[in-house]
Design a protein around this ligand. Structure first.
Ligand SMILES: [Mg+2]
Length: 227
């Protein structure tokens, strides 16, 4: 094994905590407790619309801009707040707030620093480029990764083969010396299996599933036993 392709959100970067902090910060900035019963209520609505819209975006049925704004516009509409300009502003501020978050998952830093001495590390991510790049920079781990492959650059999201093809092309890697390490069964693991790439499922919540993974870990420290 020579090339390790890491997913970023939810695999190394603590997406759940960071997104919650960013969302709460912008929610408070606009005093939205006057509209919603609680931050939790808003967050639940946001996550619901966000995952629905991301599914459409991943099938290229809506644009990136639409996902960005509509996930808020729909949550706001639920409390009778109809204001396109405000949704636009909120979306922009949320993305900015996301780029400022820095919480990594337990042992992520230690493992990446350990592995980058022995392997070529890369990132393969479905996020928006202008958000993913600052997040990776701010983590203090950018120097450990040779290439960052984003879905925007590939013109397709994981699990689409196009992004994996671009990953191999950009890094000079091939199927026999590469492995993908990710937390998303559909995007990372199904993507890798369909493409014929080895995979490590980072299953931090011990999710039950029916996929045949090559390796499965419930803690990033276990990477030390694999590599
Ligand atoms: Mg992920």
């Amino acid at each position: 094994m020579k090339h390790l392709f890491f997913d970023w959100d939810g695999t190394l970067w603590d997406f759940h905590t960071n997104a919650g902090l960013a969302l709460h910060e912008v929610f408070s900035r606009h005093n939205l407790l006057t509209k919603f019963e609680s931050f939790e209520q808003f967050k639940e609505k946001f996550h619901h619309y966000n995952s629905t819209l991301w599914k459409l975006y991943s099938k290229a049925q809506i644009s990136k801009q639409e996902v960005g704004v509509k996930r808020f516009a729909l949550a706001f509409a639920d409390v009778n707040l109809y204001d396109d300009d405000f949704s636009q502003l909120f979306s922009q501020q949320y993305l900015e707030a996301m780029t400022l978050q820095t919480k990594l998952l337990p042992h992520a830093k230690e493992m990446v620093e350990y592995l980058c001495k022995k392997y070529n590390l890369h990132i393969i991510t479905n996020g928006f480029s202008e958000v993913q790049f600052p997040k990776i920079e701010k983590s203090g781990l950018r120097h450990c990764f040779s290439e960052i492959i984003t879905s925007e650059e590939a013109g397709a999201l994981k699990p689409n083969a196009k992004i994996f093809e671009l990953a191999l092309a950009k890094t000079g890697a091939n199927l026999s010396n590469s492995i993908i390490i990710g937390d998303d069964l559909d995007a990372d693991i199904k993507g890798a299996i369909d493409f014929g790439m080895k995979n490590v499922f980072v299953n931090l919540t011990n999710l039950k599933h029916n996929y045949t993974t090559d390796y499965e870990i419930s803690n990033l420290l276990q990477l030390k036993q694999l590599f």
